[in-house]
Design a protein around this ligand. Structure first.
Ligand SMILES: Cc1ncc(COP(=O)(O)O)c(C=O)c1O
Length: 373
């Protein structure tokens, strides 16, 4: 008899995909979670060169090439305020695999994983796939995650909590004080803090801080990727950074599910991380301009929107029926409940489109807003 595992039966296909499928072909898509810029030319070239020379033909070391891991360690030194040895990094198939191996290596069946609600869809699904129990926590009014709420949610059965700043879907950025608190909680309660930092370079107000820089124990695992920083979502290249013993456990999973990250992507990532960083600032500035256009437009419609200080998402509070009315008019937005019960009454709007398209979409949203009021 063929049956499916209970763990997988509890996971459904992401609500985001369903919205795309429902929208027409000519729709303006403000549902996408990827930057609309090209991958930097020097990163592409490095991959092409590695393919032509045959350097990318074979498996690399399970953890990834030494040169890539050195580039990642140098990047942490340069921008994150902590230092790691290149052996304490595993290159993964995107941030997605990094989250997967972090949870698989640290969560036993029945153990709880605390994460933001609304939050990135993978936290709930990957917790279930690991056999764990999802424990969503409500966000503050400004859509940041309250360390006190995380601390309250921690029980003897908690294996880990996830911090995501800047956040998908809210665009919220946690303060340095919050990040220090998350590090303290990980230390004092002896629970793992998985810090998902894939949007760290896209910050418009304040600064990104990693709890890894503040923790006194090794209870923080950093998840990052080239996907959003270098517009490399299709390359599938991310990484985890952690202590030697945690890396060794995560490697046990990575080795069997992935063997190694794609070799051409590793060459591209090394070039992206160690090459000129001007492209990153250009993208950040473009996103900031769009963010301002979107925020002004939403405010003009009277939709209350906490100012998103990072990433490329905004999450206004919207009246009942608003998302359907917008989608029916040919603009794809994602209903907030796709990111957890806490997202109910919100919509996630991605502004990874040019200003002109964004303005067109705002006209449609204004029309939809008037229709549901
Ligand atoms: C918060 C967050 N973490 C991780 C990921 C996964 O990124 P990747 O494309 O590198 O797997 C995403 C992608 O949307 C994300 O939004």
């Amino acid at each position: 008899m063929t049956t499916f595992s209970n763990r997988v039966e509890q996971v459904s296909i992401s609500g985001i995909r369903k919205v795309f499928e429902a929208a027409g072909e000519d729709a303006i898509n403000l549902g996408l979670g990827q930057p609309d810029f090209p991958t930097p030319e020097h990163a592409r070239e490095a991959a092409v060169e590695a393919i032509r020379s045959g350097e990318a033909d074979a498996y690399t070391s399970n953890k990834g090439t030494r040169e890539l891991r050195e580039a990642i360690a140098a990047k942490h030194d340069r921008t994150n305020g902590f230092s790691v040895h290149p052996r304490d990094v595993i290159a993964t198939a995107g941030g997605s695999e990094a989250l997967h191996i972090a949870l698989e290596a640290h969560v036993d069946p029945g153990e709880e994983v605390v994460f933001p609600d609304p939050g990135f869809v993978s936290y709930d699904a990957l917790t279930r796939i690991a056999g764990g129990t999802p424990t969503p926590v409500e966000l503050r009014e400004d859509l940041t995650m309250d360390p006190a709420a995380v601390e309250d949610a921690i029980t003897d059965d908690t294996a880990a909590f996830v911090v995501n700043s800047p956040s998908n879907p809210t665009g919220a950025v946690q303060s340095e004080a919050d990040m220090r608190e998350f590090a303290r909680i990980a230390d004092e309660h002896d629970v793992l803090c998985i810090s998902d930092e894939v949007y760290e370079q896209l910050v418009f107000e304040g600064e990104h801080h990693s709890p890894m820089a503040f923790a006194e124990t090794d209870n923080v695992v950093v998840v990052n990727a080239c996907s959003k920083t270098y517009s490399m979502t299709g390359w599938r290249l991310g990484w985890v950074t952690a202590s030697e013993r945690r890396i060794e456990r995560m490697l046990r999973v990575h080795q069997y599910v992935q063997a190694c990250a794609s070799a051409p992507a590793q060459f591209a990532a090394e070039a992206a991380l160690s090459g000129p960083q001007g492209v990153v600032e250009e993208m950040r500035a473009a996103f900031e301009e769009r963010r301002n256009v979107l925020l002004d437009g939403l405010n003009d419609m009277g939709l209350e929107t906490p100012t998103p200080a990072g990433a490329f998402y905004a999450m206004p509070r919207v009246p009942d029926g608003w998302c359907d009315a917008v989608i029916d008019r040919g603009v794809v937005v994602v209903p907030g409940e796709a990111f957890g019960a806490g997202g109910t009454g919100h919509a996630r709007i991605s502004y990874a489109v040019n200003v002109e398209t964004l303005k067109e979409a705002l006209d449609v949203m204004a029309d939809a807003t008037a229709s549901v009021e």
